[in-house]
Design a protein around this ligand. Sequence first.
Ligand code: PLP
Length: 365
Amino acid sequence: MEIDRTAIAHNVRTIRAALGPQVEFCAVVKADAYGHGIDIVAPLLAESQVDLIGVASNEDAAAVRSSGFTGRLMRVRPAGRDEVDDGIRFGVEEWIGGAEHAGIVSAVAAARDTRIRGHLSLNSTGLGRDGLEVGEPQGMRAAQDALADPLLDVVGVCSHFPCEDVADVVAGSAHFAAQSLAVLDASDGRGIARHCATTFAALHVPESRFDLVRIGAGLYGDTDALGGVLRPAMRVVSRIAAINSYPRGSTVGYDRWHRLDADARLALIPLGYADGFHRSLSGTGEVLVQGARARIVDRIAMNSFLVDVSHIPEAAPGDEVVLFGAQHDQAITSADVDRAHGSIAADLYVAWGRLLPRRAVGAAG
Ligand SMILES: *Cc1c(COP(=O)(O)O)cnc(C)c1O
C-alpha cells in the first residue's frame, strides 16, 4: 500500500480553505487513519491548521500522541468504562452517548479524582445509535444533569448524520440547530461548541457546519465533494506472479466457479481474502495491468485470485497490478470498489490498512 503524503496535505489545505476561518476543523483518524496509517497522517495534521483530531480507540489516541500532536483529541463514539479510564492519559475528550453513559464517564472521573471533558450527543439527526432524545422531557432532564455534573466538563453538543443526502442533512441540521440551542439555554452560557457535520455534510451543506466539523473521508480523498478537487491518497499495488492460457470451456477456480466462454490468458495475483480482498469481489472486481482494466474471473481464494488479461497481450509476470488507485490514465476508484463489493469501499480499505505492508510516498508539503 502506498500512501501519498502530498495528496493528504493538499486535501487538508483545500478543506481548510473551503471551511473558512470561523469553523473549527477536527480531522478524524479513527481506525488507524482509515487504514492510511496514523504514523503517516498525523505528522501532516500537526503541521497544518487542524484544531482537533478525532479518534475511536485508545490505540488511535496513543498513535496520535506519539506522532507529537499535543492539541485536542476527541473520541467520535461512546467508549466503555475501561476505555474511558485508559483514555485519561491521552487527554481524550469523550463522546457522551446518553444518560446512562454520562453516568459511566462521570463515575470514571470520580474514581480518578479528575474532571473529564466531553461532547454531549443528541439524537437530533435520527441516527438512532447514541445520543439523548431531548425532544422528550426525560432526555432534556438528562442533558441538564450532564451539564450540571461537576465531574463532566461539557465542551460540545453534537450529533451524527445517518445519510449522505443533501435534503436529509438540511433537515437534520435544522433539527439539531433547534435542539442544541435548547440544550445550550439550559447551560450557564459557557463556551460549548455545536457540531454534527462529516465530510459530506460540511462540504455540501454549509449550514451543517455550526462551530466545528469532523472530517474523515475528505482527508483521504474518498469523496466527490468540491467538484472532485480532493485527491485519493491510497494505492494498493501488487505484481503478476504467473500467467497461464486455458482453452474455451475450461472451468476456473474453486467450485468450478467460472467457465471460460473463449480461450483466455489468466494472470495470478498473489493476494486473497487473507489480505482483505473479500470474496464479494469475485467476478465483479477489476484491477489495472499496463494501464488497462482486467476483470477478476476467479472465486477469490485465501491467498490468490485470477484476472483475465486476454485483451492485454503484452501483460507478463512481474508487471505491476493496481488493485486500488491510479495507473497511467486509469483508476480503480472508491466508487468502483463500492459497486464491485456491494458495500462501501471503506469496509475493505480499512482492513487493508491492517493487513498490507504500507509505505509513504510523496513530499509532505
Ligand atoms: C467517522 C466519523 C466522522 C467522519 O466522517 P467522514 O464521513 O469520514 O467525514 C465524523 N463523526 C463521527 C461521529 C464519525 O464516526
